[in-house]
Ligand binder design. Structure first.
Ligand SMILES: NC(=O)C1=CN([C@@H]2O[C@H](COP(=O)(O)OP(=O)(O)OC[C@H]3O[C@@H](n4cnc5c(N)ncnc54)[C@H](OP(=O)(O)O)[C@@H]3O)[C@@H](O)[C@H]2O)C=CC1
Ligand SMILES: CC(=O)C(=O)O
Ligand SMILES: [Mg+2]
Length: 555
């Protein structure tokens, strides 16, 4: 029998236990006879679509999102084709369960809900054997994409230790569901460098190393040992860094981005989707990007990454770098970033305002900054739930006709604002995008879907671009091309639609959108000389072929 990974010799119960081979009740009578499955399955033979209907009903039978998540993970570990067919058929409904916000809860309670192994756990004491351990991965062929985390900054939930593994698993599920990367060619990895989360350290159920986090030279040694093992054992694999604390995220990216095929999703993926959504907002509001005045709440790696890409776009539009920097006001826990502040990183200092600008101000908190700066765009990547208060948003709306308000922190519980409030406080004038999903707004009696400015628009498409085009590096131009493709697709979808134009493409059409985004990124890779020469037509065909569709092989 041919199957997902080629020829198999697996028979009987062993076949049913392999999620990449198992077809469950879809095994035909002939297959059951040939493969030693008779008696192991109930008599009915179902089609994949019938299985999807049954699985969807079972899914709906659970009330709590976390239980739905557990059900889906169990399905993924039992029958991957069925899992992916279900997810792709109901993407909009299932995304919040597989991904943010529910995946945050699944990470927090990882040790409690742990069922079956998935991915690789690499610990400090094994650093000399990472090469060998990579061989223990369940699927022995080439790996197209690794998502790795050390669990230190899981969404806005902080240090989750090994519980962070939920994130690489969730992200890679979307690499497959949206980007079409074959599930056997994805590998989630958790670097267990300990945890500083007291609750986890004292929880008898905690499944990670019960030690404090590695720091300094040891931490760097761990990362280097991991990267060199990947370089040697899995060359050409796209390596995505995910949910590393800001102190590590940028240094790791800087160290490795020119050495291998790698990117940081929180810095670069987020930047691309936000630039895409902001470009649409500029078009809708009629305020061009160079005229936007951007206040950014949070100055972590995600926020600075977003600003860096917008700044590059401003320079592209003819502004000097200095003029581009001056379009931003960054606010963190200690207020506005100004020159006099100590302890700013080099990346943050780029955005520090002149000290004399605030000489007459009544403090430098967000409310005062908004009052003084009169921003046209307010971007939240702060983890600070509810930080975009009514007073602040009403103030902004009093000086700006179409305020752009992006509360982007995840999960939902950490969002800087609820979009329904933003719409109310601005009389429906705000152009809104959130990081986690929110229910549609009611506009003129119609439901208007909210844009979810989440890097999920970018990373699955990057994987597809690399799989189709053979890039050896992830360049800035590839990410900017992805951002442009996102905005273009949103504009195409908006044409002819009644009501306010959506800032981002519809979630339900993400698989199609991923092909266009991947094509744009693959073309940019060729232009940058990091992928073999190919025409647009060749790349378009390669993208379509590379995108795996969940289906059983013919019996
Ligand atoms: N929508 C999307 O696609 C993405 C969303 N995110 C979200 O962005 C958030 C931040 O991520 P990241 O940059 O990596 O994390 P960090 O924790 O490094 O950054 C948080 C930043 O916000 C600041 N901050 C914290 N609390 C407040 C507050 N009450 N008021 C003002 N500033 C505050 C912090 O300041 P200080 O350092 O001084 O404490 C820091 O500068 C997370 O919630 C994450 O889920 C991230 C990536 C993608
Ligand atoms: C979406 C994402 O990557 C984050 O919130 O960290
Ligand atoms: Mg992330």
């Amino acid at each position: 029998m041919t199957h997902l990974t080629g020829q198999t010799t697996a028979r009987g119960a062993a076949l049913l236990a392999d999620p990449l081979l198992n077809k469950g009740t879809a095994f035909t009578r002939r297959e059951r006879a040939e493969l030693g499955l008779e008696g192991l399955l109930p008599p009915a033979v179902e089609t994949l679509d019938e299985q999807v209907t049954r699985a969807h009903r079972a899914f709906l039978g659970y009330d709590k999102p976390l239980n739905r998540h557990i059900y889906l993970r169990q399905l993924q570990d039992t029958n991957e084709v069925l899992f992916y067919r279900l997810v792709t058929a109901h993407l909009e409904e299932l995304l919040p369960i597989v991904y943010t916000p529910t995946v945050g809860e699944a990470c927090r309670r990882f040790s409690e809900i742990y069922r079956r192994p998935r991915g690789l756990f690499l610990a400090w004491e094994d650093r000399d054997r990472f090469h060998e351990i990579l061989h223990n991965r369940p699927h022995k062929g080439a790996v197209e994409v690794i998502v790795v985390t050390d669990g230190q900054r899981i969404l806005g939930l902080g240090d989750q230790g090994v519980g962070g593994m939920g994130i690489p698993i969730g992200k890679l599920s979307l690499y497959t569901a949206i980007g079409g990367i074959h599930p056997a060619r994805t590998l989630p990895i958790l670097l267990d460098v300990g945890t500083d989360n007291e609750e986890l350290l004292s929880d008898p159920r905690y499944l990670g190393r019960r030690e404090r986090r590695l720091t300094g030279a040891e931490y760097d040694e761990m990362i280097e040992a991991f990267v060199s093992a990947v370089e040697t054992e899995l060359p050409g694999t796209l390596l995505q860094w995910e949910d590393f604390a800001t102190a590590h995220a940028r240094p790791i990216l800087t160290r490795y981005r020119d050495r291998l095929l790698t990117f940081n999703d929180d810095i670069q993926g987020t930047a691309a989707v936000v630039l895409g959504a902001l470009s649409t907002a500029c078009r809708v509001s009629g305020t061009p990007l160079p005229e936007q005045r951007l206040v950014v709440l949070g100055a972590g790696s995600a926020a600075v990454g977003v600003a860096d890409m917008i700044r590059a776009a401003l320079v592209d539009e003819g502004l000097s770098d200095e003029a581009a920097r001056r379009r931003f006001w960054f606010v963190d826990v200690d207020g506005l970033l100004i020159g006099a502040r100590t302890g700013l990183s080099d990346e943050q200092r780029v955005y520090a305002r002149a000290d004399d600008e605030v000489a007459e101000w009544d403090g430098t908190g967000l409310a005062e900054v908004v009052r003084r700066v009169e921003p046209t765009a307010l971007i939240g990547l702060s983890t600070a739930s509810g930080a975009f208060t009514e007073e602040i948003v009403r103030q902004m709306a009093s000086t700006c006709e179409r305020p752009v308000v992006f509360p982007l922190s995840n999960p939902t519980s950490h969002s800087e604002a609820d979009p329904a409030d933003l719409a109310r406080w601005t009389g429906g004038r705000a152009l809104i995008a959130t990081g986690s999903p929110f229910p549609p707004l009611k506009v003129d009696g119609r439901e208007a879907p909210l844009a979810q400015a989440n890097n999920v628009y970018i990373f699955p498409a990057m994987g597809l671009a690399v799989a189709a085009g053979g890039a050896t590096r992830v360049t800035d131009r590839m990410l900017v091309a992805a951002a442009r493709a996102v905005a273009l697709r949103a504009a195409d979808e908006a044409a002819g639609l009644p009501g306010p134009p959506p800032l981002l493409p519809a979630i339900g059409g993400m698989r199609e959108a991923a092909r266009e985004i991947a094509l744009a990124a693959a073309l940019a890779a060729v232009e940058d000389g990091v992928a073999p020469r190919a025409t647009e037509a060749e790349l378009r065909a390669a993208v379509a072929t590379a995108q795996w569709t969940p289906d059983y092989p013919a019996p």
